[in-house]
Design a protein around this ligand. Structure first.
Ligand code: ADP
Length: 255
């Protein structure tokens, strides 16, 4: 069996108001369900909780305070999971929620415990849906992973994934930010993550995301060191998930 971690970013899950895009989520769920039916172990790392909270409370602007953001993530996490549960149920799949912190990866006992729990999920073909426990952790507490790109890389190590797929609002890594430079070119494969590659990623991301491209490059650096490949691709076309698993040349592959 091959183990696949799929990370979907805020920019993929939410629309221009920052609210959840249910139709998009429905398509992602279909892809993941199909993969599981084909015998793959599937783990989902999902952002989007804050966006879901904003939708529920009809808020259209980014939260201004940390406490407000944490509250929104708690409200939204419930509704995000409710949506996943309903949509996966249509494919007879059961999901479970795992809200993690950095401690799960830095404390050996918690790490081993988490690994056992994940394996218990996969043994029963339950799809773990993972997110940072944003309502509980803040940067000040120093127990925060900080972004779900890094989280997905850590999870890939935890469960010994063969492949990590990061879906974003962009179809891969470009040699420079394509939102700024019209002549930017998509890079199809990266074998060596050097300083040049990191420079391409720059610092900024989309309106509601937290990571940007650089956290995806760091995730790539982490997983390729342990023999896991990573593909960054566009989440606008969820069928990309299956295509990538079937080794079609989509997005940017890091090996
Ligand atoms: P997500 O919410 O999916 O994690 P982000 O918005 O955080 O996505 O990151 C993706 C964004 O990073 C792109 O939409 C683009 O604006 C920006 N970006 C900056 N540099 C690059 C680059 N070299 N190649 C691709 N995207 C880049």
């Amino acid at each position: 069996i091959q183990r696949i971690v799929v990370k979907v970013g805020t920019s993929t899950l939410t629309n221009e108001n920052g609210h959840l895009d249910i139709e998009k989520i429905r398509k992602i769920v279909l892809e993941l369900s199909n993969l599981q039916d084909k015998g793959y172990d599937v783990i989902l790392v999902s952002s989007g909780a804050v966006g879901a909270g904003m939708g529920l409370l009809n808020i259209n602007e980014k939260p201004k305070t940390l406490a407000e953001k944490q509250m929104l993530s708690a409200v939204g996490q419930v509704s995000l999971m409710q949506i996943y549960q309903t949509l996966f149920k249509e494919h007879n799949k059961i999901v479970g929620q795992l809200l993690l912190t950095k401690e799960e990866f830095s404390n050996r006992k918690r790490y081993l415990n988490m690994r056992n729990v994940c394996n218990a999920f996969l043994k029963r073909k339950i799809i773990p849906i993972i997110n940072e426990n944003d309502a509980i952790v803040s940067n000040a507490l120093k127990i925060k992973v900080g972004d779900n790109d890094t989280m997905s890389a850590l999870v890939s190590g935890l469960i010994d994934a063969d492949l990590l797929i990061i879906l974003s609002d962009i179809d891969g890594l470009y040699n420079k930010n394509p939102r700024k430079y019209e002549d930017a070119n998509l890079i199809h494969i990266v074998g060596d993550i050097n300083e040049d590659i990191k420079k391409m990623a720059g610092a900024e991301g989309s309106k509601f995301g937290t990571g940007g491209m650089i956290t995806k490059i760091i995730a790539a650096e982490m997983v390729t060191k342990i023999g896991t490949s990573l593909v960054i691709a566009s989440g606008d076309e969820p069928k990309n998930i299956t295509r990538i698993v079937e080794k079609e040349n989509i997005g940017t592959l890091f090996v």
